[in-house]
Design a protein around this ligand. Structure first.
Ligand code: AMP
Length: 193
């Protein structure tokens, strides 16, 4: 099972991906998580990405394409994967098509979580509160200024990715405003359709 989860910051991609991991025994490949790990480890990639991420802009396509190219070859991704936060530009979507073809792999579904924009700020604020309550540290880009830029990047660079998959007849849209369980069931139906 190979899936893409699309949706703006705060749409619930991470939450739904975790559920799909448990249900299908596949791995969640989040470019955001991979980049944050690189930033924490202080690798050359992390050093390059840190300021861009903190601001809320997208890192250059080539960096994330290379990350995904290598990561999907790992043994734990053999049963399948959910791409969360990738592709985020049409150039990334085209590169993904090319590398899946090269590896002889096919996507099973592209699912977009559709959310009212007015809801997103409060969802991200909620995520920060819950992370802090659990004793964790808030993400450096979970603040109103960075979120504004992240939403702008989403509108300009990532929204066209939905159109890209819609043109191919691969896009399934799910109402992400419903409760978590209902959204999960709608995703299951979209995947099975
Ligand atoms: P996320 O955890 O998916 O919200 O990603 C956090 C940040 O990592 C984004 O705001 C970008 O700066 C960077 N990032 C993650 N995935 C990508 C991607 N596919 N393309 C470019 N930048 C990305």
């Amino acid at each position: 099972m190979r899936l893409i989860l699309l949706g703006p910051p705060g749409a619930g991609k991470g939450t739904q991906a975790a559920r799909l991991v448990a249900k299908y025994g596949i791995v969640q490949l989040s470019t955001g998580d991979m980049l944050r790990a690189a930033v924490s480890a202080g690798t050359p990639l992390g050093v390059q990405a840190k300021e861009i991420m903190n601001r809320g802009d997208l890192v250059p396509d080539r960096l994330v394409i290379d990350l995904i190219d290598q990561r999907i070859d790992a043994p734990d991704a053999a049963p399948g994967f959910i791409l969360d936060g990738f592709p985020r530009t049409v150039a990334q979507a085209e590169a993904l098509d090319a590398l899946l073809e090269k590896k002889n792999m096919r996507l099973d579904a592209v699912v977009e979580l559709v959310i009212d924009e007015s809801e997103l700020l409060s969802r991200v604020e909620n995520r920060v509160r819950e992370t802090l309550r659990a004793g964790g540290a808030a993400r450096a880009d979970d603040n109103p200024e960075s979120l504004k830029i992240r939403l702008e990047a989403y509108r300009k660079q990532t929204a066209p990715v939905s159109a890209y998959y819609a043109c191919k007849g691969a896009l399934k849209q799910v109402d992400g405003m419903e409760p978590i369980e209902t959204v999960g069931q709608a995703i299951d139906r979209a995947i099975a359709a």
